[in-house]
Design a protein around this ligand. Structure first.
Ligand code: G1P
Length: 286
């Protein structure tokens, strides 16, 4: 795989999760017991990414701390013989390099990605939005990177969504579908339903060429007055063939408390350490 670097934007006020986000960044509020940030980094690492760049806000030291080795905790787990958890702790801290860049102003997703320009430099890279949790056999971002290797140009994860979700997402207009891939003819951020070209929504996984940074420098503020990644990718379309990828697997938007709860329930129902007891309790409760 040619994609070595991943950008994960995590800055943001997390207003939907107040009061918890008064002191805990949203990306660290767990799905069952693993934070969305952990799941995103794990997906990137499983795809072979070597370096993760976190775009954080100035007060998010706890996000950087999450990935530093924890020798005291590791020793305690070792003494108690909890090798499974120990393995998980070590893996996330040691399989990828994690660095942080600071976004001082919240000017939109496109602006957050632009903050990683120097760290990414002149090579294709991927972006994972931790609010979008995707569980599938193969890491979604890895499959997308493979498609990028053969097709070139941006590859963007998409999913069909109901009408009511359209105005809060990026929407693509596609042509020439072949299996899960189709060519993107246009894309628009948070359209009104009557203006949307389809119900195919962008889900937070992107493989992008480094030229996106020039597009991000030049794009005008779009939906919500923010610098939108969607608009910058759209600006590349006349010169770069971009593809939409309808990924297999289960997706949850954990950017709302209810979405986070649904993802936790899904996880608890399938995990061997929780499934039986949780299923019993759920059946009794219902
Ligand atoms: C962002 C993107 C949007 C995409 C969405 C997926 O929106 O701008 O195109 O559909 O993530 O989660 P946000 O959730 O930041 O409003």
């Amino acid at each position: 795989m040619t994609i070595r670097k991943a950008v994960i934007p995590v800055a943001g006020f997390g207003t939907r999760f107040l009061p918890a986000t008064r002191s805990v960044p949203k990306v660290l509020i767990p799905v069952l017991d693993r934070p969305p940030l952990h799941l995103a980094v794990e997906e990137a690492a499983r795809a072979g990414v070597e370096h993760v760049v976190l775009v954080v806000s100035p007060d998010q030291q706890s996000v950087a701390d999450y990935f530093t080795p924890k020798p005291a905790v590791e020793d305690a787990l070792e003494r108690r013989g909890n090798h499974a958890l120990l393995g998980q702790m070590r893996d996330i801290a040691r399989t990828v390099d994690v660095s942080c860049v600071t976004q001082h102003e919240q000017l939109g997703l496109g602006h957050a990605v632009l903050m990683a320009r120097e760290a990414v430099d002149d090579e294709p890279f991927c972006v994972l939005l931790p609010d979008d949790v995707i569980w599938s056999d193969a890491p979604t971002i890895g499959s997308m990177a493979e498609h990028h290797d053969s097709l070139g140009g941006p590859v963007i994860a998409v999913k069909r969504v109901p009408d009511e979700a359209v105005p809060s997402l990026g929407i693509v207009d596609v042509r020439d579908a072949s299996g899960p891939l189709s060519r993107i003819a246009g894309m628009v951020e948070k359209p009104r339903l009557e203006d949307a070209p389809s119900n195919l929504a962008i889900i937070g996984r992107y493989v992008l060429p480094p030229r996106i940074f020039d597009a991000l420098e030049n794009v005008a503020p779009g939906a919500g007055g923010e610098i939108q990644l969607t608009d910058a990718i759209a600006a590349l379309l006349p010169t770069e063939a971009a593809h939409a990828y309808e990924f297999p697997g289960v997706h949850f938007d954990v950017g709302t408390p209810l979405g986070l709860l649904k993802a936790s329930v899904h996880d608890a129902l399938r995990r061997p350490d929780t499934a039986a007891e949780f299923r019993r309790w759920l059946a009794e409760t219902l």
